[in-house]
Write a protein that binds this ligand. Structure first.
Ligand SMILES: [Zn+2]
Length: 314
């Protein structure tokens, strides 16, 4: 049996306001783009591919790690740019984010509506999805844990890693002897958070389990959705080697444990603070960011703990 070829991966940066977004090219016999940024990023991808000597028309796969706006927003435009020939792939669980702009508004209201001005949130999100999502579409293919895609001789395994969103998946480019040569996790390893300074996930238990799952893959290369930060505020690279991967996963688990310990007090109190009802939680965790900036990971994550721990106590 011959060993699978070594496959190269290239990050494609696409800034969007205060967010640093990244797509990736898997330079397999059948080219694949992992995550698509927003509408504006999608316009940049063909330009960046040209610089690498590759053409958007030759891209055969668009692989989406999860349904958030800044990952699926450019999918329709990129699919159009491939002459509608690329297969657009997302988990069945997150697929509604690809087919419905409104799903993003409903998600925000469901996760954070209890903590912010809901009318303002609905207005902000409704405007954002029009600008940032290039079009609504059905996926060509929905995937689940254990599925394997064939990129012309390069195998990509789908690993379910819920927590950040319910349908988040990792795409694992298999190397020799089944090792994990390249692992794309989207936003499933948040370290100490990105520019917002707080890690965001809906389901804390699932997030923690998924970090363990990614660690067990022992990735030779790990690719993050954004430049997440260390405890000292310095950013990780988005493309990490094996040692960097271990460091980022450990940082993610450490911060999760810190937030879990604080959230376990279960004493949210309404106050005039922008962090209300989690004013003391923010102080304990040293979080000084603006919790109202969308998409607020502070409220999403603490809401997750309140739901989870609240259920265990009732
Ligand atoms: Zn995300």
């Amino acid at each position: 049996m011959t060993a699978p070829p070594t496959t190269e991966v290239f990050p494609i940066a696409a800034p969007w306001g205060r967010f640093a977004l990244f797509s990736y090219l898997i330079d397999a016999p059948e080219l694949a783009i992992v995550d698509t940024g927003v509408t504006a990023s999608a316009a940049n991808v063909p330009v960046e591919l040209d610089k690498l000597g590759r053409r958007i028309e030759d891209v055969r796969w668009i692989l989406l790690t999860h349904g958030h706006i800044d990952h699926v927003g450019g999918a329709h435009a990129l699919w159009e740019a491939t002459g509608r020939t690329a297969r657009v792939v997302i988990s069945k669980v997150d697929a509604h984010f690809l087919s419905s702009r409104r799903a993003h508004v409903d998600e925000a209201l469901g996760l954070r509506g209890a903590y912010v001005d809901t009318a303002a949130l609905e207005a902000t999100k409704s405007a954002e999805v029009l600008e940032a999502i290039s079009g609504e579409m059905e996926p060509t293919l929905t995937v689940a844990d254990g599925d394997v895609l064939d990129l012309g001789g390069v195998s990509v395994r789908v690993v379910s890693i819920p927590g950040h969103t319910p349908g988040a998946v990792a795409y694992v480019v298999e190397g020799a002897e089944g090792g994990a040569q390249h692992v794309f996790v989207g936003d499933a390893a948040q370290c100490y958070g990105a520019a917002s300074g707080f890690p965001g996930y809906e389901d804390p238990d699932a997030y923690r389990d998924s970090l363990g799952k990614v660690g067990a893959l022992e990735p030779q290369h790990l690719y993050l959705g954004h430049p997440y930060r260390r405890a000292d505020g310095t950013p990780f690279d988005v493309a990490l080697d094996a040692e960097g991967a271990r460091e980022a996963l450990t940082a993610s688990l450490t911060r999760e444990a810190e937030i879990r310990a604080t959230a376990a007090r279960l004493d949210p109190v309404r106050s005039a603070s922008a962090y209300s009802p989690f004013e003391t939680y923010a102080a304990d965790l040293g979080y000084t960011g603006d919790p109202t900036l969308e998409p607020s990971p502070f409220f999403t994550t603490l809401n997750g703990y309140i739901q989870t721990i609240g259920k265990e106590h009732s």
